[in-house]
Design a protein around this ligand. Structure first.
Ligand SMILES: *Cc1c(COP(=O)(O)O)cnc(C)c1O
Length: 356
């Protein structure tokens, strides 16, 4: 689809904060680049977006986001390539998912030119914030919130679309231990699990903390009805290599966030001629595969880490250990090929990258 030329009002910072940041000690989500993008929607119309200094915004205490939680977001990254270009990985997929989330939450959809052109112009202005270190990237956080000054329960007439960016280090934490959650649920059929809604995260914080107090890093979410089928791992999609088949839960019940990393891995695996199954996967099936010695690999998939290998699965009071992920052929190949494509080191045969 052709993108209309978008004029954006730009107010630059008087003094960049770039030299205050220690790029050798980046922590996820703590440092924010000089500028942000803001666009407003009021009664059916989007304003011309502005790029302005990153800083506090004023909201009325009656703004509906604070009361009824209409809030969605996206997470994507800009990577510095081996040729020193700045590349976005599949931003069109983030754009489409953003508006699917907006529709589910009964919010105004953001026009393509505001989302795509807005983000590209914002990154161009803060181009020196795209870090150059090994594994580093500029994390991009677009979000949309309801801004009606009205506390009656209804969909808002006013929204704010905002994009902030944050330089991040290569995400490396080793393998994670996960507990199968058999009481709480992240999402239910008919709910908002397939939307990247803030509320899904709010619901996950208490169960995640409880799992951490039991010595696990994260949860494996299961279906809300019977806690029998696997859905996601923490805030990532989940995949298993059983024998020589790649398994991942199917998306058809709308309880799982359709990850772009998930889709990219499935695309690569099929391209490499692997057996791939997207279907319901029971906890029992995975535990039995482990007992037969056929559970070769298990990992989370998402933009933050790309691949987060799982070292241990806790279920029914027992722990099931996986082998050392350093020797996993598939997960490590996926990680290095995806990283290679994002950095322009490996040919982008699927047309995933977009230059800023
Ligand atoms: C964002 C997200 C993912 C991963 O999506 P990517 O597009 O791969 O980053 C998976 N699960 C949940 C719940 C998420 O919010």
């Amino acid at each position: 689809m052709a993108i209309k030329e978008l004029s954006i009002k730009i107010e630059k910072v008087k003094q960049s904060r770039l030299n205050e940041v220690d790029f050798n000690a980046l922590k996820f989500g703590r440092e924010f680049s000089d500028h942000m993008l803001v666009a407003e929607y009021d009664n059916g119309k989007w304003s011309q977006p502005t790029i302005q200094p990153y800083g506090k915004l004023a909201f009325a205490p009656s703004a509906s986001v604070f009361h009824y939680g209409q809030a969605i977001f996206e997470g994507m990254k800009a990577y510095r390539s081996v040729n020193d270009e700045v590349l976005l990985f599949r931003p069109d997929a983030n754009f489409r998912r953003f508006n699917r989330s907006a529709v589910r939450m009964n919010m105004a959809e953001v026009p393509e030119e505001i989302f795509m052109d807005g983000i590209k112009q914002l990154i161009n202005l803060d181009i020196n914030w795209v870090p150059k270190g090994e594994g580093q990237a500029l994390y991009i956080r677009p979000f949309l919130i309801a801004d009606d000054e009205f506390i009656g329960v209804k969909a808002s007439n006013r929204y704010k679309f905002i994009v902030i960016t944050s330089p991040t280090a290569g995400y490396y934490s080793g393998a994670v231990s996960v507990k199968v959650e058999e009481h709480y649920a992240r999402a239910c059929e008919g709910g908002i699990g397939a939307a990247k809604a803030a509320a899904n995260y709010a619901a996950s914080l208490l169960p995640a903390q409880k799992a951490q107090m039991e010595g696990y890093d994260q949860l494996i979410w299961t279906d809300a009805k019977n806690h029998e089928y696997i859905e996601e791992s923490g805030t990532m999609n989940i995949m298993f290599l059983v024998g020589d088949t790649l398994l991942t839960p199917s998306l058809n019940k709308q309880t799982i966030l359709p990850g772009i990393t998930r889709d990219s891995i499935l695309t690569l695996a099929k391209d490499w001629g692997m057996k791939v199954e997207e279907r319901q996967i029971s906890v029992k099936e995975i535990i039995e595969a482990h007992q037969r010695g056929e559970l070769k690999e298990a990992f989370g998939a998402g933009t933050a880490a790309t691949i987060a290998p799982i070292s241990r699965i806790g279920f029914g009071g027992k722990d099931y250990e996986l082998s050392d992920f350093n020797n996993w052929e598939f997960a490590n190949k996926c990680k290095s090929v995806l990283e290679g494509i994002k950095r322009g080191k490996i040919e982008d045969t699927f047309g995933w990258n977009q230059k800023v």
